[in-house]
Design a protein around this ligand. Structure first.
Ligand code: F6R
Length: 608
């Protein structure tokens, strides 16, 4: 979603801001803009559409100046037009502001300001905030921002500059991430580490209710009520190469191919082969506390919700703890039954998804203990949970989640082992799980080496308009994930179903044009799924099946099969999802779709 970047220092700001915005493009946006302080004047350039349009407008006309702010906007209130793009200015035109989030009382503030003669040129809450800052300005930007924010309800990450204070950036956070990038003789700010890492790896994460004042030589953090805050400096652990495409045509393909390594990183240091157990200090839960957990609720959105469903199968089967999976957006507005014996696990790649965060805070308010399975270090969810596990799969830039999914499932398998070994799981069974998990990265590698089979398969299915994905047991969520991947990047309508459920409605859709992707490794329900495939074939459906080697029965029924290596039943989705990811990718490429930035989608959904 929206991206913020700011620079103050000795270098020209415009190219730094444009590059920072480019690095955040993956988050999804529909307009962009920059504001530069040019010799005591504020120069603003903005454009609806992709960053390339703004870049084109800057050719030969780039504003000169060493302090500036830049923004990519993902429209929520107000269309993605140039007037609605950020930065917005105050009434004097000398203060510029960019904003991620939503100001909830903007309508009331706007009304008051209109009565005082203010005029607005956009439909945005951000312009209202810029005017409010201007209304409080008496020669001190920091104080004007603090005063304005004390009148504001809602979520924000903001960055503000004033033509009257040339070497100052003022930023503030409440609910939307703001990260300071600490440089040498220069400082930066961004809503996403990827915009900073080219310039510095030393960062400070602002917390809610905090502001920072940055100049070329230093920075200061305070609360809205002027209390000084000492903040630790953290180091970003990855470098620029990690967020480059590295020879791959798309980030999504790169990330699919990174999975042997990303999965290895998720599990590194946690698996204990000899004791058939895991050691995850981050869970911050001793044996007594773990034994006291009577019920688990896993909450998440989208792909992370699919991994949560797999977690339910694992936890109930092996650890025998009743587990529910809830869409975070539903959980937050229900009256969920949660008490101190309930463990709530929030799963989020970004750690910033608004619904997941709100569900987590609601669970905490009701007394639950909480765990987070999060990828982005220092993200809000990671900092709100009692304990958790970083996925450590590296930045995921492609909008469609791939490597985070396999890492989430592996993380859930580790959490499961932690509980299961305290219950009925024997040493031998624990060892069997640990060994099977250790083999997964090389098994994924085996699949990736045959990616070209899926590329040719994609070619013969690329003109489909609908697709059905079927799976049973733990591979039902894998089918859901396969369908989501296909629809979000190729715009082919796809649905995932538990295979037997097909008879209760979706079977009506099946004809000779309908591709049916069946996830059918040789597991406990294999025989059942063969019958489901027969039902599809009897109606002329085109079956693509994901199977284990030597599955003659399904090979004879299916139009095409793709073989995945064998593993323990509950771990199979980590392998079966890889061909589903690749198939979607190749179909989308064959259809000429923008794989890394599919229409209407944002990487991190920080609004409800
Ligand atoms: C799908 C996808 C989304 C995210 C969802 C949750 O490919 O990426 O469905 O999984 O928006 O995001 P996180 O995991 O960041 O909370």
């Amino acid at each position: 979603m929206c991206g913020i970047v700011g620079y103050v220092g000795p270098r020209q700001a415009a190219p730094i801001l444009m590059e920072g915005l480019r690095r955040m493009e993956y988050r999804g946006y529909d307009s962009a803009g920059i504001a530069i302080l040019d010799d005591g004047e504020l120069v603003i350039r903005k454009a609806a559409g992709k960053l390339g349009i703004l870049a084109q407008e800057l050719v030969g006309a780039e504003p000169q100046g060493t302090t500036g702010i830049g923004h990519t906007r993902w429209a929520t209130h107000g269309a993605p037009t140039t007037p609605n793009a950020h930065p917005h200015t105050d009434r004097s035109g000398r203060i510029a502001l960019i904003h991620n989030g939503i100001i909830e009382n903007a309508t009331a503030i706007r009304k008051t300001l209109l009565a005082r003669g203010h005029e607005f040129i956009s439909e945005t809450d951000t312009e209202v905030l810029a005017h409010l800052v201007g209304a409080f300005y008496e020669g001190n930007l920091e104080e004007a921002v603090a005063s304005a924010l004390r009148d504001v309800d809602g979520a924000y990450g903001i960055c503000v500059i004033s033509a009257d204070e040339p070497d100052v950036l003022v930023v503030a956070r409440n609910g939307s991430p703001i990260i300071l990038g600490i440089g040498d003789g220069e400082n930066l700010v961004a809503s996403d580490q990827s915009a900073l890492v080219e310039h510095t790896r030393s960062v400070v994460y602002l917390d809610n209710g905090e502001m920072a004042i940055l100049t070329p030589d230093g920075y200061r953090v305070r609360t809205l009520t002027s209390r000084h805050v000492d903040k630790p400096i953290n180091q970003i652990e990855w470098d620029l190469a990690t967020i480059e495409r590295g020879g791959f045509e798309h980030f999504m393909l790169k990330e699919i191919f990174e999975q042997p390594e990303s999965l290895e990183n998720t599990m590194r240091g946690h698996l204990l082969e000899e004791s058939g157990n895991v050691r995850v200090y981050g869970l911050k839960m001793d044996d007594e506390q773990a034994k006291a957990v009577k019920r688990i609720i896993i909450t998440a959105c989208g792909t992370s919700w699919h991994s949560a469903l797999i977690g339910k199968y694992m936890i109930e089967e092996l650890a025998r703890i009743p587990t529910e999976v809830e869409y975070a957006s539903e959980f937050r507005y229900r009256n969920p039954i949660v008490d101190k014996d309930t463990l709530v696990i929030a799963i989020s790649q970004s750690g910033e998804t608004a619904d997941t965060l709100a569900a987590l805070l609601e669970a905490k308010r009701r007394g639950a203990s909480t765990l987070g399975l999060v990828n982005v270090v220092g993200s809000t969810i990671a900092r709100e949970v009692d304990g958790g596990l970083y996925l450590r799969c590296g930045p995921e830039i492609g909008v469609a989640s791939t490597k985070a999914f396999t890492s989430q499932v592996a993380a859930l398998a580790m959490v499961t082992l932690r509980f299961a070994r305290l219950k009925d799981m024997s040493l031998l069974e624990g060892q069997e799980y640990v060994r099977a998990m250790m083999k997964l990265p090389s098994q994924i590698q085996e699949i990736l080496e045959r990616a070209d089979e899926l590329e040719s398969l994609a070619e013969s299915f690329k003109d489909s308009t609908n697709a059905l994905y079927l799976g049973r047991g733990v591979n039902f969520p894998a089918a859901l994930e396969g369908a989501l991947k296909l629809k979000e990047i190729s715009y082919i309508h796809a649905e995932g179903y538990p295979a037997a459920e097909m008879k209760h409605g979706p079977i009506a859709l099946i004809d000779e044009n309908m591709p049916v992707v069946v996830v059918a490794p040789r597991d406990a329900v294999h025989g059942k799924i063969v019958s489901n495939i027969q039902e599809v074939r009897a109606r002329g459906g085109r079956v693509i099946a994901i199977v284990n080697a030597g599955d003659e029965e399904i090979s004879q029924l299916a139009e095409a099969t793709f073989i995945v290596p064998e593993t323990l039943d509950l771990l199979t989705p980590i392998l079966t999802v890889i061909p589903l990811q690749l198939f979607s990718y190749y179909v989308a490429v064959a259809r000429g779709c923008n794989v890394d930035q599919p229409r209407n989608l944002a990487k991190s959904v920080t609004v409800e």
